[in-house]
Write a protein that binds this ligand. Structure first.
Ligand code: UDP
Length: 361
């Protein structure tokens, strides 16, 4: 079986790393499987792309479509045009896409129109929020995907509701968590750890990059100023996403506790998360990682496509206002951590299950 694997953005790189390892393991056992890795070039900054390839030992892509940034439509169209040529030149039996970025949807459409089967890893998750570009990518991708690999039974049920065939839905666990387990003994402190006087439990990690939180400069500044005041004597480490950085420009915010740093590589970032007091974020992936690492996570969104991080894990949905965050955070300081656990099958073996199942298709 010839598989073309698509990766375009930071969370994709983290998800494909263990899938490639699982394929290579099967190859070593003599299975008839090969892969071609296609980087669409959606994320191209060194610290959102190359660093992840290096740190997670992902082989160099066989092709880079170099689409770079653009509006939603420009980027999606550019990926489709480039990937159609790529797929015609390098035919395969299956295109494997992960997550919910524009590359996921664009390459799925191209593959299906060329009559190539598609497997979607992290299928079926839904926020119900149609203002999120990712939700549209999820719905379109899953409406034409052949094989669905899910992280939860809720995601599998969503797919059934949308009319997917039960025999093609496989609840396998979470590939992002495979990567976490595979790298936990390699994580390390960033260079600024001692410079900033960081110690286990004495700082908070903040990440914000969703349009709803960062596209309006005024409300972003209000949020940052509020967070800066809210945390008492704790430092806040803020690895700033290029999108957020572009909005803030050179604005001098005069913040006392928030320390701006570059987006972190995976190994430093996981070290920072694992040793933090709490995390404030609008990322979906981080709410999964904090769940497994048992770190309290406050999600600055009105909804989540990962409800198990709330019901089983450490995640609390806050909404997007600073007033709500202040309230929820004060309650947390008073009541302490709540009891949490690890969702079913988030055991580090999802990628192996996926390849095992695909080889039987
Ligand atoms: N991440 C990282 N360094 C950072 C911020 C995030 O390695 O400075 C990792 C994070 O641990 C998670 C992934 O990037 O695995 C999530 O990416 P992002 O927040 O961009 O995507 P989302 O989860 O919102 O789709």
């Amino acid at each position: 079986m010839k598989i073309t694997i698509i990766a375009g953005a930071r969370p994709n790189f983290i998800k494909i790393a263990p899938i490639i390892k699982a394929i290579e393991k099967k190859q070593a056992e003599g299975a008839n499987v090969s892969y071609r890795l296609v980087h669409t070039g959606q994320h191209y900054d060194k610290n959102l792309s190359d660093t992840f390839f290096e740190e997670l030992n992902i082989p160099q892509p066989h092709a880079n479509l170099e689409v770079k940034s653009g509006s939603q439509a420009e980027q999606t169209a550019a990926i489709m045009i480039a990937f159609e040529k790529e797929l015609i030149q390098h035919p395969c039996d299956l295109v494997l896409v992960v997550g919910d970025v524009n590359s996921t949807m664009a390459c799925t459409i191209v593959a299906k129109k060329l009559n190539v089967k598609v497997a979607h890893v992290e299928a079926g998750i839904r926020s119900g929020d149609m203002t999120m570009p990712e939700e549209i990518n999820r719905i379109v991708t899953d409406s034409i995907t052949d094989y669905f690999f899910t992280t939860s039974t809720t995601a599998s049920e969503n797919l059934l509701k949308y009319g997917a065939d039960e025999k093609n839905i496989h609840f396998v666990g979470n590939v992002m968590i495979d990567t976490l387990y595979q790298n936990l003994d390699r994580i390390s402190a960033p260079a600024f750890w001692s410079e900033f006087g960081l110690e286990t439990g004495n700082y908070i990690i903040l990440t914000l990059h969703r349009p709803a939180n960062v596209d309006e400069e005024k409300s972003l500044v209000t949020l940052l100023q509020g967070i800066d005041k809210m945390v008492g004597d704790k430092k806040i480490i803020f690895p700033i996403h290029p999108r957020t950085k572009a909005i803030l420009g050179e604005t001098n915010l005069a913040l006392k506790n928030i320390l701006f740093v570059e987006p972190q590589g995976y190994l430093n970032f996981m070290f920072l998360i694992k040793n933090s007091f709490a995390v404030i974020t609008d990322s979906g992936g981080i709410s999964e990682e904090t769940t497994v690492l048992n770190i309290p996570c406050f999600t600055m969104r009105n909804n989540t496509e990962r409800p198990e991080t709330q019901t089983i894990g450490t995640n609390t949905l806050v909404g997007t206002s600073i007033e709500n965050l202040e309230k929820v955070f004060a309650q947390f300081l008073q009541n302490g951590r709540r009891k949490s656990g690890i969702p079913e099958l988030w055991d580090g073996k999802a990628s192996e299950r996926i390849i095992e199942i695909l080889l039987k298709k």
